[in-house]
Design a protein around this ligand. Structure first.
Ligand code: CA
Length: 226
């Protein structure tokens, strides 16, 4: 699940991004309203977290403009303001939830998960490939109904491969998506993580789902349908 966080206070942004990262979410950040709106319009996010007091474009303006073209994206507003009028005007603008600073990361997490679950009717939150089952909200993985415990990066890698099942993903695409970075020479880490992931989700089972595509990268595919 990919989340966009628009927050101009670097320290707060870093704390939230780290906290959500630990839970296996991929978090992109933008530090002003204009940049946030551009990112939100140009990428497919599963959820937006937005501060209200932002340089260039306020959080409320961002939400209003974004809602013209994207009515489904779950939006959580973060703000130091706690007056009722502010809350109401933001719900009118199209926010789905509201959190007043200071807040506990655990509370933000609970609300995010609730919003993502609520959106489950529009989008399938369970990915199934052969006997592999991935719950994108609970971040739970099963094969042949056996729960498999993954680290957050292993989970992120698996979810990326599975949501693009049948498509070949290059090492640099994987690094950019799962690590939110584009660094040269770091693509070896993908091989390391694929090896770890295979040991957990493929090797104990009869059918191998993760395939190496020589000189290109990897693909996850159900051999029965390939
Ligand atoms: Ca702010």
């Amino acid at each position: 699940m990919r989340i966009l966080l628009v927050e101009d206070e670097q320290k707060v942004a870093r704390l939230i991004a780290q906290g959500l990262g630990k839970e296996g979410f991929e978090v992109d950040t933008a530090s002003d309203g204009q940049a946030g709106l551009q990112s939100a319009l140009g990428n497919a996010y599963d959820l937006l977290i937005v501060d209200l007091m932002l340089p260039k474009l306020t959080g409320s303006e961002l939400i209003k403009q974004l809602r013209k073209s994207n009515g489904d994206l779950p939006i959580v507003v973060l703000t130091a303001r706690d007056s009722l009028t502010d809350k109401l005007s933001n719900f009118e603008a199209g926010a789905d939830d509201y959190l007043t600073k200071p807040f506990a990361l655990a509370e933000l997490l609970v609300r995010i998960k609730a919003l993502l679950r609520r959106g489950a009717s529009n989008r399938s939150n369970i990915l199934r490939i052969a006997d592999l089952e991935i719950d994108r909200v609970a971040h739970q993985v099963k094969r042949q109904a056996t729960p498999i415990k993954l680290t957050s990066k292993e989970y992120g890698l698996l979810e990326y491969l599975a949501s693009n099942a049948g498509r070949v993903l290059s090492r640099s695409m994987i690094v950019e998506h799962v690590w939110d970075q584009s660094f040269e020479g770091f693509t070896n880490i993908v091989d390391v993580y694929v090896r770890q992931l295979r040991a957990k989700i493929d090797e104990p089972f009869e059918v191998r789902l993760i395939q190496t595509v020589r000189n290109v990268g990897y693909t996850l595919v159900d051999p029965a349908t390939a």
